[in-house]
Structure formats: C-alpha cells, structure tokens
Design a protein around this ligand. Structure first.
Ligand code: HEM
Ligand SMILES: *[C@@H]1O[C@H](CO)[C@@H](O)[C@H](O)[C@H]1NC(C)=O
Length: 478
C-alpha cells in the first residue's frame, strides 16, 4: 500500500510536467506570498506527509509543526500538487460554504475519469443543487425506512458467524456488511450469490483505481478500474432494462430514480428538469457507492476499536441498549422507533468521527480569486481544509486525545465539528451511515463481547483512514 502511494505521488509529479499549463496556474512563484515550504524538487514534502499520514495520529503532527511555524494558512507540495492548507472555523466556513461558487471539489485525475463527468462530485452550482435534490429523498430518514429490516437481519446474521472464528478481521467484515447493504438498497441485490460476487469484485477494483497511477495501459489499476466500471454499468443497464419491461416492482433506489427521474428519449414532456439520463443515473449511483462504502466501513471499525479501548464508554452504551431490551415485549426484535431513539449511541458515533477524522482534509479548487486571513488565493489553486486540527482544537475539545462522547451533550458552535462536513456539500449519506452503525452496534453490544488481538495503532495510507491491521478481534457471546 505504501509503495502504491509513493508510486502515485512520483507519477503525479511526472504527470504535472505533462500538464504544464495546469502546473503554471499554481506555480511556486505565484505562491511566494504564502508562508510555508515546498520541500524538495519533484517530491516536495510528500515523504513527510505520507509518513505522518500512516502514523497513529495521522497528519496531525505534520499540520501542527507547520501551523506553529507559519500560522493557519501555509503552502506545501504534497501528492503531486502545490497546495495551500488552512484550518480553523473561519477557513472552514469560507471553504465549505463555497459562496458564489468560490470553490469546487478537487478530485484526483483518475477519480475524475472513473466516476464520469455527470457525477455529483464533478458538478457545481445549480447542476449540483439539482442532483442533490434528486438523491435527497431516498436517503432521507423516511426514505430509508424500507431498508431497515434488511439491514437489521443482515447485521444479526453477520454477527452470528463471529464467535465461531478464531480471529475476526473487523474491517473486512464491516466492508462486506456495508457493501451488501448498499447493493440491496441500490438494486435489490441478494446478500449471497453470483450477482453479489460480481458486484463486489467490480467494486473492489473500481475502489483501488480511485487514486491510482494515471496511466491507462492494460494491467494498471487505472485501466482495470475503468474496465470494472464498465462492467458495473452493464449490470446497472440490464437491471434498468428489466425494470422498464417487467411488471414487477422493487423498492430500491434504482426503481425510485427510474420512476421519477428518467428522461424520455425525445427530451420533451413535462418536468424534464427533474429527470436524469441513464448516464447521469449510473454515474451518480457509482458516486454514492464510492463515497459511502469505505467511509462507513471505517466508521464502524473505529467505533468498535474506540469502544474496546474505553470500557466505561462501552458500559454506558450497553446500558442504553439494555434499557431498549427491557422495554421491549418478549420475542420482538429491534424496531424502527427504537433505532431512532439512541441518543448516547449517536454521541459515540460523532465522537468516533472526531477522534478518527477518517477524511483528514477536505479538498477544494479555487474557482476564482479570493482572500483568506489576509492571503490572496488565486483561481485554480488547490486548497485543503485541515480537519484534523479543527477536531483536535483544545479550546473546543478539551483534552482532545480523550474519547469522550459527552462532549456532544451540548450543541457545538457551527464549523467546529465536521464529521460529515458542512454546507452545500455536506454528506448526503449521513442518515444511512448512522442507521447502519446504530443497528449493528445494537446487536453487537447486546449479545457479544470482543477482545482485540493486536495492539498496533498504525493506519493505512489510503484516502480514508482505517486501521492498518484491519482490527483483528476475538469474539464471544455474552
Ligand atoms: C460514516 C460514514 C460517512 C462519513 C464519515 C462521511 C463523510 C463525508 C464528508 C466529510 C463529506 C464532505 C466532504 C467535503 O466537504 O469535501 C461527504 C460527502 C459525501 N458523502 Fe459521505 N460520509 C459517510 C457516508 C456516506 C454514505 C453512506 C454515502 C452514500 C450513500 C455518502 C455519500 C457522500 C457523497 C455523495 C458526498 C459528496 C456530496 C457532494 O459533493 O455534494 N457518504 N461525506
Ligand atoms: C452529531 O453531529 C451532527 C453533525 O455532523 C449533528 O447534526 C448532530 O446533532 C450530532 N449528534 C449528537 C448526538 O451530538
């Protein structure tokens, strides 16, 4: 994995030379007025960045060192980009609100190619707003209700397998669980069988191409990613065609988007504004998969890890769930109203996302010139919000290393906690992610206990922070 990341950055540096014009739009000379160091030629500060990246505390120390030296805004050259890092509530308000189209999302080149031009992640302004509106309903709390039974049954079935194993790799189990959930939501995929396997293998290949070498040659991760994407789109095409011809109706995401939002061939008819072409439909279903899978997998894994490391928190969490059991009539299983009334569990989730900060920085591209903290940012520059420092600000979170869900007892000031982001690009999957975690945690803490098998705190050097050893545990029934 490390070698891969290193290759990526070397390749991106090479690539930068190919895209000289792009490079010039944020050249070191233009950035002269911004404090900071661009490090060594070609690789810049990438080596120290990557080594910080995979340490237990992540990029925190990298950021802290530079913020102490230069202040809240500084420049660097990492992962093939000249970039400006910023932190603090003011910067997050400016960057995340993105008022007047000041900034747009800043994806890696390969990610852009794999996701397709009509992906939510590649649109801005009104087109972005419109796509957000279209996906909001199926991802709303009410829209998710119909998947509740599937998710709860799958969580029970997954957990039942655990005590029989010598070693449970939580990260892998969480990954399988969340992928089965989203496959069922999107197109009613059964949790077992050939289609599920195909879906899974395509997705894995797409996922590992997302920040890969930008060379589209047979055998490269990028090439395989595009191929897997096309194969995934064929699966979606045939499901869409079936849905259109068959009488049968399904209760899934695809159905709801097809029913409401398919553009008719002639482009006429009423309400065309609110309809999607098949291409837009597919690009955005893939976008939800890519944005939602690793994040939820990581969140679930970190939650279990922090709980095991903090027995008092685990005990308090168990109390909340035992009380649910006590109030429930005999023979009944977890219900929709119960899952929507787990206040302490929600604080545990927020605290997990604060401590782990699984997306350590949010990346934007300046869409026009603007000023921040007295510094001029020029159109085209890459700007990153350092979220780790925001989440470890001792003024807002005293003793920031401590895992303490009661921090969320009282509401926090806006932009001081960014677990799901904020503003027009705030995570649209927040309800789904929380639903999956609440359900899983309920069945877990009421029936099982787990013991970690290793004490390694290292983190994978991938875009989403996850325990490098996949968090191996031993599980027993209570
Ligand atoms: C615990 C799990 C999750 C976490 C921590 C998380 C976190 C985030 C954050 C921080 C952002 C904003 C990034 C930025 O401003 O640059 C974001 C955006 C996004 N998330 Fe999530 N997410 C999670 C789960 C999901 C799920 C389950 C889905 C889909 C079903 C999803 C879909 C998306 C999409 C599509 C965006 C981009 C929104 C846009 O650009 O308008 N996420 N997520
Ligand atoms: C958790 O954080 C979200 C913002 O991401 C906030 O809306 C919510 O109220 C928080 N929940 C709790 C229980 O603090």
């Amino acid at each position: 994995m490390e070698t891969m990341m290193l290759l990526v950055l070397v390749a991106s540096s090479v690539l930068s030379v190919f895209f000289l014009r792009k490079l010039l739009s944020s050249s070191p000379k233009e950035m002269e007025a911004i404090p900071g160091s661009l490090g060594l030629p070609v690789v810049g500060e990438s080596f120290s960045f990557i080594s910080a990246f995979s340490s237990p505390s992540g990029i925190f120390n990298f950021m802290k060192e530079r913020q102490e030296r230069y202040g809240k805004v500084f420049k660097s050259y990492v992962l093939g980009r000249f970039t400006v890092f910023m932190t603090g509530r003011e910067a997050s308000k400016i960057l995340l609100t993105g008022k007047d189209g000041m900034v747009s999302l800043n994806l890696f080149y390969t990610g852009q190619q794999v996701l397709g031009p009509t992906s939510l992640l590649q649109t801005t302004g009104d087109a972005h707003k419109r796509l957000r509106r279209l996906i909001a309903e199926p991802l709303s709390v009410d829209g998710l209700k119909k998947y509740f039974n599937f998710i709860s049954t799958l969580a029970v079935d997954t957990l039942e397998q655990w005590p029989a194993k010598k070693k449970v790799l939580v990260l892998e189990e969480a990954s399988t669980f969340t992928l089965k959930v989203i496959g069922n939501m999107i197109m009613s995929l059964e949790p077992m069988g050939e289609e599920q396997e195909k879906f899974r293998s395509n997705f894995k290949t797409i996922s590992s191409s997302f920040a890969s070498l930008p060379f589209n040659l047979p055998g490269t991760a990028f090439y395989e990613g595009i191929k897997a994407r096309d194969s995934m789109y064929e699966m979606l095409d045939s499901t869409i065609a079936n849905r259109r011809s068959a009488e049968s109706s399904h209760q899934d995401f695809l159905e709801s988007l097809i029913m409401k939002h398919t553009k008719s061939g002639d482009g006429k008819g009423d309400d065309q504004e609110n309809k999607l072409t098949d291409q837009q439909l597919k690009d955005n279903i893939l976008t939800l998969l890519v944005a939602g899978h690793d994040t939820t997998t990581a969140a679930l894994t970190w939650t279990m890890k922090f709980l095991a490391e903090n027995p008092q928190v685990l005990e308090k969490l168990r109390e909340e769930h035992r009380l649910i059991l006590v109030k429930r009539s005999d023979g009944a299983t977890l219900s929709w109203s119960e899952v929507n009334n787990m206040p302490y569990t929600n604080k545990v989730i927020n605290e997990t996302l604060r401590r782990a900060t699984i997306l350590p920085w949010y990346s934007r591209k300046a869409a026009q010139d603007f000023e921040i903290d007295g510094y001029q940012i020029k159109k085209g520059w890459s700007v990153n919000l350092d979220v780790v420092s925001i989440h470890h600000d001792p003024q807002v979170f005293p003793d920031p290393e401590k895992f303490d869900p009661t921090r969320f007892d009282a509401p926090l000031r806006p932009y001081s906690y960014l677990g799901f982001g904020n503003g027009p690009r705030m995570c649209p999957g927040i309800n789904l992610a929380k639903l999956e975690i609440c359900i899983f945690i309920h069945h877990l803490v009421t029936k099982y206990k787990w013991t970690p098998l290793e004490k390694d705190g290292s983190v994978q050097p991938t875009l989403v922070r996850m325990p490098k050893n996949k968090y191996p545990v031993f599980v027993e029934s209570l």
